[in-house]
Design a protein. Structure first.
Length: 436
């Protein structure tokens, strides 16, 4: 985790003390239920919760020092708690294995992280919707292969982004449900030394569902799905970031990141206003996507368990969620403050002499009796003259001078095919589909 790209609420989930507090709650809930079952004295669970009620500070350094000697983090924690609570603490961890604690804790942390990310997506969706409605009919050029294609509106560009991030939200909700599972099943997952009702009790108390078959670990296909979902969200972030970066290019300059008073763009060139935020988002998206691969490779563990996944998850759990949290917040800020230049959009559309209306002329010629091949040839031969003139010639003028074209279409009919508003007649329909 890089502090530069971290926000406090998400970072707090992954702090050592927060982790140890979850460990304690799992152990205490399990001990409490074991007391109800008569496996351990009911006083054992009460002693743990009585100590916890004093809201003790977890001594991370003391636990870490024990681990340096014991070479086992869960045992180090249990020893430390026993020193604080006293003899009753010996009943902790009855019939459990370390993975019961570690995997269930990771599930809690990822569920908590998901809640923050879902709130981030809500903020982003609200910002995109506001700007989409603002520019619902702001005409701009649609591009395919980076080349002018046909007119769209800037609002439609943003509506597409809204729909994409709305799908991201639905996927993350599903991923949260899939990852939020509890395993308290003991060594190799057979419940030989702990009753399944303990797992059910802990799951309910921790806000999780029960893992149907946990072997000794929660199956890592769940985690692979979760981190793959984060990777897809990162891809959507980059998609919008790259669009903004392109629109900010000097030759385009249809939109740009907000440039604050006193901000400097270059140490060498005082005139520079660079798309640093969206470039940064592109880099962060690469990192988040990179975390999906080791999560996928974690699925194949040996037999009932090994710990080859463990070190991986110590990296990717915090890093992926913290980075995505930061990226979503940054993108929300970019969208919210984005500078949009409708006049430049119009000027860019106009600079190629009306080529963007070529399809309408093609279709009109076919409807007037020309074969599609002949219609294409007639439009293209005039369009190429405009292209080669770099927009100094006008397509409409050339078509009016082409006898083969005017034999099929009158000047008035041709002029009608260059109506910009024609392209926007279904904007309301699209917006209704996206925003409801």
């Amino acid at each position: 985790m890089v502090p530069r790209y971290a926000r406090p609420d998400m970072t707090a989930i992954w702090e050592p003390e927060a982790k140890y507090r979850i460990w304690f709650e799992i152990e205490a809930h399990a001990t409490e239920k074991l007391g109800e079952l008569g496996v351990v004295p009911p006083s054992a669970g009460k002693a743990l919760w009585d100590w916890w009620a004093t809201n003790p500070k977890i001594d991370v350094e003391a636990i870490d020092e024990k681990e340096r000697i014991l070479k086992h983090d869960v045992i180090a924690f249990l020893d430390w708690v026993a020193e604080q609570v006293g003899p009753e603490a010996r009943f902790m961890h009855q019939g459990m294995t370390s993975s019961d604690v570690l995997d269930t804790t990771l599930a809690v942390q990822l569920a908590q992280a998901s809640d923050i990310l879902l709130a981030d997506l809500d903020d982003l969706l609200a910002a995109i919707k506001r700007r989409a409605e603002e520019h619902k009919y702001t005409a701009t050029i649609g591009r395919s292969h980076g080349i002018h294609a046909e007119p769209v509106t800037f609002g439609l560009k943003l509506a597409q982004a809204y729909a994409e991030f709305d799908r991201c939200k639905a996927r993350l909700k599903a991923a949260r449900a899939e990852i939020a599972t509890c395993a308290i099943s003991g060594a190799v997952g057979t419940f030989a030394n702990i009753d399944p009702s303990v797992e059910e009790y802990v799951a309910r108390k921790m806000g999780l569902s029960v893992e149907p078959v946990s072997t000794q670990v929660i199956p890592r296909d769940r985690h692979a799905m979760y981190f793959s979902t984060l990777a897809v969200i990162a891809g959507s972030i980059e998609r919008l970031a790259i669009e903004i970066r392109h629109l900010q290019r000097t030759e385009v300059l249809e939109a740009e990141e907000y440039f604050a008073p006193g901000q400097k763009g270059s140490s060498a060139m005082p005139h520079k206003r660079n798309p640093i935020l969206t470039e940064n988002l592109t880099g962060q998206a690469r990192m988040i996507r990179a975390y999906a691969l080791p999560a996928l490779e974690n699925v194949a563990l040996w037999h009932e368990r090994d710990i080859s996944h463990s070190s991986v998850e110590r990296f990717i759990g915090p890093d992926a969620t913290i980075t995505l949290d930061f990226a979503l917040a940054r993108l929300t800020n970019v969208v919210d403050k984005l500078l949009v230049y409708p006049e430049r959009m119009q000027a860019n559309m106009d600079r190629m002499g009306g080529l963007i209306h070529s399809q309408r002329v093609l279709l009109a010629l076919t409807q007037a009796g020309k074969t599609r091949d002949d219609a294409y040839r007639l439009v293209q031969r005039n369009a190429m003259k405009v292209w080669e003139s770099d927009g100094r010639l006008m397509l409409l003028d050339l078509l009016k001078q082409d006898e083969e074209v005017t034999a099929a279409l009158s000047e008035k009919e041709l002029e009608e095919k260059f109506d910009l508003d024609y392209h926007f007649k279904h904007v309301d329909t699209i917006f209704a589909r996206v925003f409801g």
